[in-house]
Design a protein around this ligand. Structure first.
Ligand code: HEM
Length: 414
C-alpha cells in the first residue's frame, strides 16, 4: 500500500499524463539532469549558475522593494526610509538587494574571466560569448539605473556626473543626454525613466538574454580543453554528471554566497544618506566600484576634444570584448598555449584594478604609517604637514557633519 506522499505524487503524475505528453517532458528533464560535462569541469565552472542565482535573488528582493517604493522626488527617499525602519524585514531585503547587485556584477566578471582564460569563446561558441558580453553591459546599466532610485545626495550627483559624460559625445551627445534625463538636469523625469528602465525594461531584456545564453550553452555542452575543431563529445564514462556532482558544487557555492550576502547586509549596511539636494554639490562624487576604472580614466582627458577622445578610449574595452572571438582565431584553448590572449587578459584585469584603485583613493586623504597624504584628482599622492593633517582629521570627524557615506569615502587610514 503506497504511503500518503506517494499517493499524492501518483495522483499528480496521472493527472498530468492524462492531459499532456509527459514522457517527452520527463525525458527532456532527465537528459538535462544527467548530462555528462567535460572531465575538467570543476569549481571555476560555478560562476555562471552563481550569476543566475544572484539574478533571481535581485528579482525577488526587487519585487519586495517595489511594494513600498515610490518613484517621485518627494517620496523616493522617504519610502526607502520607511522600508528600512518600519516594514517587517524591510532593512534586510533592501540590504540584500543592494549588496546582491555588487555580488552579481562580481560573479558575472569572474564567469567572464573563466570563460575567457579557458578559451571557450572560440568556435562554435562565439554567439554564447557575444550574448554574454551584452548581458554584462545590461548588468552594469542595471547598477547605474538602480543607483539613482534612493534619491540621495550621492546617487543624485553621481547620476549627474555619469550622464554629463554622454552629453560630450559629438553630434548625438546633447540629444542623448536629454533623452536619458528627460530634462536638462537630473529631475523627477529622470527618476521616472530610470525606474521604468530598472524595474521593467532591463529585467525582461536580461531574462530573455540569459534564457538564450543557457539554451546555446546546453545545446553545445560546455567546451572541452581540446583545440578548436578537435572537440569530441564526452564519453559517458569520463564525463562529470551534472546531477548530482556538479549541481552539488553549485549548491555549496550558492549557500556560501548567500551567507556572505546576509553577513554583509548585517555587518556593513548601505546607508540611506541625505535626501538629494540639487542646489548643494557634495565634495568628491564617486561612482560605484564597477564604474571607477572608466571614471578615473576619463579624468586624464581634458578639454572638449580630450573628452571626446576619452569617451572613445573608454569604449574600446567593450568593443574589444564584443568582437574578441572574431579577432582571436587561433585554435588552442588552454591558456598556456595562447600566451598573447592570456597576457592581454591579465593586463586588462591589472589595468582595470589599477585605475579602479586610483579612482577610489583620488580626491581623498590617506594616512599611511603615520604620514598623511592628499591624493589629487589624478590619483597622485602629495605629502601634507602635521598641522594640515590634524585640520583634515577634525573636519571629517566633526560630529555636525554627520559622517555620511560621502565623508566615509574621503578619509582612508591604514
Ligand atoms: C547573468 C549573467 C550570466 C549567466 C546567468 C550565465 C550563465 C551561464 C552558465 C550557467 C554557464 C555554464 C556553466 C559555466 O560555465 O559557468 C555559462 C556558460 C558560458 N557563458 Fe555565461 N552567464 C552569464 C554571463 C556571461 C558573460 C558576461 C559571458 C562573457 C562575456 C558569458 C559567456 C559564457 C560562455 C562563453 C559560456 C560557455 C562556457 C563553456 O562552454 O565552457 N556568460 N553561462
Amino acid at each position: 500500500m503506497p504511503g500518503r506522499k506517494e499517493r499524492i505524487i501518483n495522483y499528480f503524475n496521472h493527472y498530468l499524463d492524462e492531459r499532456y505528453n509527459m514522457p517527452v517532458a520527463r525525458d527532456f528533464i532527465d537528459k538535462q539532469m544527467h548530462k555528462r560535462l567535460p572531465p575538467h569541469t570543476g569549481w571555476p565552472h560555478v560562476f555562471g549558475s552563481l550569476s543566475l542565482i544572484l539574478f533571481l535573488s535581485q528579482i525577488i528582493t526587487g519585487i519586495l522593494l517595489l511594494i513600498y517604493y515610490r518613484p517621485t522626488p518627494e517620496e523616493a527617499h522617504k519610502s526607502i526610509q520607511y522600508i528600512t525602519a518600519d516594514v517587517h524585514f524591510g532593512w534586510l531585503y533592501r540590504q540584500v538587494h543592494a549588496w546582491g547587485a555588487t555580488l552579481m556584477i562580481l560573479a558575472v566578471i569572474l564567469h567572464m574571466a573563466r570563460t575567457f582564460f579557458m578559451g571557450t569563446y572560440k568556435k562554435p561558441r562565439e554567439l554564447t560569448w557575444v550574448i554574454g558580453v551584452i548581458i554584462f553591459i545590461v548588468t552594469i546599466v542595471f547598477g547605474f539605473t538602480g543607483y539613482l532610485l534612493p534619491w540621495n545626495q550621492l546617487s543624485y550627483w553621481a547620476t549627474t556626473v555619469g550622464t554629463e559624460i554622454s552629453g560630450a559625445i559629438p553630434i548625438v551627445g546633447p540629444w542623448m543626454k536629454t533623452f536619458i534625463l528627460g530634462s536638462e538636469n537630473v529631475s523627477g523625469e529622470t527618476l521616472s525613466r530610470f525606474f521604468t528602465v530598472h524595474v521593467i525594461i532591463l529585467p525582461w531584456i536580461l531574462f530573455f538574454l540569459v534564457a538564450i545564453h543557457l539554451v546555446l550553452m546546453r545545446s553545445q555542452n560546455l567546451a572541452t580543453m581540446e583545440p578548436v575543431g578537435e572537440e569530441r563529445p564526452t564519453p559517458p564514462e569520463c564525463g562529470i554528471p551534472f546531477w548530482p556532482v556538479h549541481l552539488a558544487k553549485e549548491g555549496c557555492v550558492t549557500l556560501i554566497v548567500l551567507g556572505i550576502l546576509v553577513t554583509l547586509s548585517v555587518l556593513s549596511p548601505w546607508e540611506i544618506g541625505e535626501p538629494a539636494d540639487p542646489l548643494q554639490t557634495p565634495e568628491a562624487i564617486k561612482p560605484e566600484w564597477y564604474f571607477l576604472p572608466t571614471y578615473q580614466l576619463l579624468k586624464y582627458f581634458t578639454g572638449p576634444m580630450g573628452k571626446i577622445l576619452g569617451i572613445g578610449v573608454s569604449m574600446v574595452p567593450f568593443v574589444l570584448l564584443l568582437v574578441w572571438p572574431y579577432l582571436d582565431r587561433s585554435k588552442p584553448r588552454h591558456p598556456k598555449q595562447r600566451p598573447i590572449s592570456t597576457t592581454i587578459g591579465v593586463a586588462a584585469l591589472i589595468l582595470a584594478l589599477f585605475f579602479g584603485v586610483l579612482g577610489h583613493f583620488s580626491e581623498s586623504h590617506l594616512t599611511l604609517l603615520g604620514q598623511t597624504y592628499e591624493i589629487d584628482v589624478y590619483g597622485v599622492p602629495h605629502r601634507i604637514d602635521r598641522e594640515t593633517a590634524v585640520q583634515v582629521g577634525e573636519e571629517t570627524d566633526h560630529p555636525e557633519k554627520g559622517m555620511h557615506d560621502q565623508e566615509h569615502r574621503t578619509k582612508n587610514t591604514f
